[in-house]
Design a protein around this ligand. Structure first.
Ligand code: NAD
Length: 442
């Protein structure tokens, strides 16, 4: 099938590439000329494992191309996916101006002669957006165009997006027309995953409700971690004990610095906002947000308590990305943490394997040094903070780290180091929801 993807970011680029991988002909459209040019020259705008090789293979097989020409993509492709940003407004409501703008551009490109078209919303949007997209198209397109609007939310996880797209748990298709549903099922025929066929509004709600539930799970275990710290219990053992219950599952029960990234914070806000507008406010999610904020504050106050004064202290931070295996720093808790440490006068040196460039951009105006090497990062530091759960941090040579640092203190904000190894190397090891370990308590 001929598919167009409007918006060539983390979702659009990976989705388009995976559609090409299973045999569709895909045109990825973006209004960022520099990005399109770079992609046409084989340069990657983002880091996502396995994506680059797959793009190269599908471009050379003639199944994948990049353009800024939205109108010609709409003319050539029977299905047009929208994957543009839906950022939050100040009040938590979702900024739908990108969606509206693209809908108008699609409307301008539609004519009765090109035949039936399906416009698919892949961006995460509040319930009822699909209806609005249809109204925009109806209002601005030539009379007599034949179009349906479908919701097909995306559940990929950055850092393993290629795997997730090729092996989805489920595919959600929300359509109020059987013709559109049947064509969408053909798009997903090559993927062996259950298809959840629902109406437009339910599909839109599934995405907001799913992300909010995952954020809730994270906040739940983080709230439990605070209790564990007071009670002298171990949150990792508690998570294991409850996670083995199949009704609960161990996934997303990792205590840490809280959730960040481009999705959870904005989707929780968006869901709260839409629920309030509909008169069924999800107060529960306000608590999820409160716990998430409190987690970073508690961690910062523990660092402050240990170091007494942060001014002029050299603090090494491992991690800038919002999670491992990505260069994405949008709403990253690591970035928030570094900003706070800098505001209090600490001299921060940070390292991230893939997010050095995006991280430095996000920290502009902040007195922070970005190191090229994780060991150089810790040289003469008075404390090491682990802020992102990269595997290479978990595998670090802690004896070497200890030799390079000025003081032997680690604050592990992601519970990824082996506490025993840290203590064995001579560190005082602070983590989330667990007792502090000290060499003399070995
Ligand atoms: P992104 O910012 O990485 O990419 C969006 C792209 O759209 C950019 O390249 C931008 O240049 C382009 N764009 C903006 N306006 C355009 C226009 N008028 N015409 C053509 N291109 C335009 O965003 P993303 O992370 O890919 O997210 C896109 C949507 O998918 C959001 O609604 C997000 O909530 C949702 N989503 C994201 C993820 C994720 O993990 N990132 C997962 C699931 C769903």
């Amino acid at each position: 099938m001929n598919l167009a993807i409007i918006g060539t970011g983390y979702v659009g680029l990976t989705t388009g590439t995976c559609f090409a991988e299973v045999g569709h002909h895909v045109v990825c459209v973006d209004n960022d000329e520099a990005k399109v040019q770079a992609l046409q020259q084989g340069q990657m705008p983002i880091y996502e494992p396995d994506l680059e090789e797959m793009i190269v293979a599908n471009v050379s097989a003639g199944r994948l191309s990049f353009t800024t020409d939205l109108a010609s993509a709409v003319r050539e492709c029977e299905i047009v996916f929208i994957a543009v940003p839906t950022p939050p407004h100040e009040d938590g409501s979702v900024d739908l101006s990108y969606i509206e703008g693209v809908s108008r551009e699609i409307a301008d490109a539609l004519t009765p002669e090109i035949g039936y078209r399906i416009v698919v919303d892949k961006s995460t949007v509040p319930v009822s957006t699909g209806v609005k997209v249809y109204q925009v198209i109806e209002r601005y397109a030539n009379k007599g165009v034949d179009v349906d609007v479908v919701s097909n939310p995306e559940f990929l996880r950055e850092g393993c997006a290629v795997h997730d797209l090729l092996n989805p748990d489920r595919i959600v298709i929300g359509a109020d027309s059987q013709r559109a549903m049947d064509m969408m099922k053909r798009v997903y025929q090559p993927f062996s995953a259950p298809i959840v066929e629902v109406d437009l509004a339910s599909a839109e709600l599934i995405k907001h409700a799913a992300n909010s539930f995952l954020a809730l799970k994270i906040s739940y275990i983080n709230a439990v971690s605070a209790v564990c710290e007071k009670a002298g219990a171990d949150v990792e053992l508690v998570a294991m004990g409850i996670g083995l219950d199949k009704r609960i599952s161990r996934h997303f029960l990792n205590a840490g610095l809280g959730y960040g990234g481009s999705c959870f914070p904005k989707d929780v806000k968006g869901f709260i906002n839409v629920s309030e507008q509909l008169g069924a406010p999800l107060e529960l999610l306000r608590e999820v947000e409160r716990v998430n904020k409190a987690q970073l504050e508690r961690f910062l106050s523990r660092i402050r308590k240990k170091l007494w004064v942060l001014r002029k202290k050299k603090i090494a931070v491992w991690g800038l990305a919002f999670k491992q295996n990505t260069d994405d720093v949008r709403e990253s808790v690591a970035i928030k943490l570094i900003r706070r440490l800098c505001e209090e006068g600490a001299r921060v040196v940070a390292y991230d394997p893939k997010a050095a460039v995006t991280g430095a951009r996000a920290l502009e105006g902040c007195n922070v040094t970005i190191a090229d090497d994780m060991y150089e990062c810790v040289r003469d530091a008075e404390v090491l903070v682990v802020a992102t759960e990269w595997k290479q941090f978990a595998m670090a040579n802690l004896v070497k780290v200890r030799e390079l640092m000025r003081l032997p203190i680690i604050f592990d904000g992601r519970n990824i180091l082996h506490g025993d190894n840290a203590v064995h190397a001579g560190f005082e090891y602070h983590s989330i929801g667990r007792k502090t370990l000290r060499p003399d308590s070995e």
